[in-house]
Design a protein around this ligand. Structure first.
Ligand code: BGC
Length: 317
């Protein structure tokens, strides 16, 4: 049996047809398009589903269900995206609209919850009953699996670790507050502090790397320059890792998962991120006995995690 997974991101919508072995047999990706009405985005989403089905030689009736992973507070009961600041979506009944078009059951979940689910069934956390996944992308998302189930809280609003307070009166966050973990540990936050350091250090190698990247500063700029010995870039990376590490330590101290998995674009830095991060987190943990400590690992499903998890929401909720 097949399932359809949709990962709704701020810039792209990834759609895939997934088989029972968690493999994506056909996929499509379309731009989300900033500032467009939700109806238009959902229509494009549906067109992408049809194209992916055609590519797989299937129709909707060959699929057990469809699942949508969206940023923000998603009510799994009603299938409504309650509030997603990164999309500017408020009270959007995405499940009803897709069900009307395709006639199969449609489920909704937070994007990071979906990614957590996928890492538990087919990725870095296979076999774990208690895990947390943190995605470091445009925003900071988190999915919490407790006793094998997604912790969804009241109307699906749980697990917004990206919006826990890290710095009192700190940097502004997309949610309207200041000092959230997301404002420092997202790729967006990393890019902001990279640009600030570039202004302060006109001789930094970061300028050259940004020029080579078509004039764009990315989440990789500081990591790359630090790897080549640039002191200003190393300070940006250290500061990034320290903020992220302090946030992760609090998450571990509250939930004590077996494993904390790091995903999202910034996690592509691999060991250059993981090694110093673990060193930063360890001394801050309440539980200091090494054999009882949470393992910190990189996600293994990469960008496909959200899509695969969304496809299997019907089995998890
Ligand atoms: C949202 C989360 C989402 C994350 C990643 C955050 O800004 O609040 O719900 O999981 O971005 O998309």
């Amino acid at each position: 049996m097949y399932r359809i997974g949709i990962d709704l991101g701020g810039t792209n919508i990834a759609v895939g047809v997934v088989n029972d072995r968690y493999e994506i047999v056909a996929r499509r990706s379309v731009p989300t398009g900033a500032e467009r009405p939700a109806e238009e985005v959902i229509r494009d989403m549906g067109d992408a589903v049809e194209e992916a089905l055609r590519q797989a030689g299937l129709t909707a009736v060959d699929c057990a269900s469809m699942g949508v992973g969206s940023p923000g507070a998603c009510d799994p009961q009603t299938g409504v995206v309650k509030r997603a600041y990164n999309l500017n979506w408020f009270d959007v009944p995405v499940c009803r609209m897709l069900h009307q078009r395709f006639g199969i059951p449609v489920r909704l979940g937070n994007d990071a919850n979906c990614a957590a689910l996928a890492e538990v069934v087919a990725g870095a956390a296979v076999g774990c009953q208690d895990m947390v996944l943190i995605t470091l992308g445009t925003g900071v998302g988190s999915g919490i699996i407790s006793r094998g189930k997604i912790l969804s809280g009241l109307r699906g609003g749980a697990g917004e670790a990206g919006h826990m307070l890290l710095v009192l009166d700190g940097e502004p966050c997309t949610c309207g507050r200041r000092g959230c973990l997301e404002a420092y540990a997202s790729a967006t936050g990393l890019i902001r502090s990279t640009k600030e350091a570039m202004e302060a250090f006109p001789d930094s190698l970061m300028w050259e790397l940004a020029r080579e990247n078509g004039g764009n500063v990315s989440g990789r700029t500081a990591f790359l320059a630090a790897g080549r010995g640039d002191a200003a870039a190393q300070a940006v990376v250290n500061d990034y890792i320290q903020h992220l590490g302090y946030g992760l330590a609090s998450i571990i101290n509250i939930l004590a998962p077996e494993i904390l998995v790091i995903g999202g674009g910034v996690s592509n830095e691999g060991e250059n991120l993981l090694r110093p991060l673990v060193e930063c987190v360890r001394p801050q943990l309440y539980i200091r006995t090494p054999e009882k400590q949470t393992r910190i690992a990189l996600a293994t499903l990469g960008n496909d995690a959200g899509l695969i998890g969304a496809a299997f929401l019907s089995r998890a909720q």
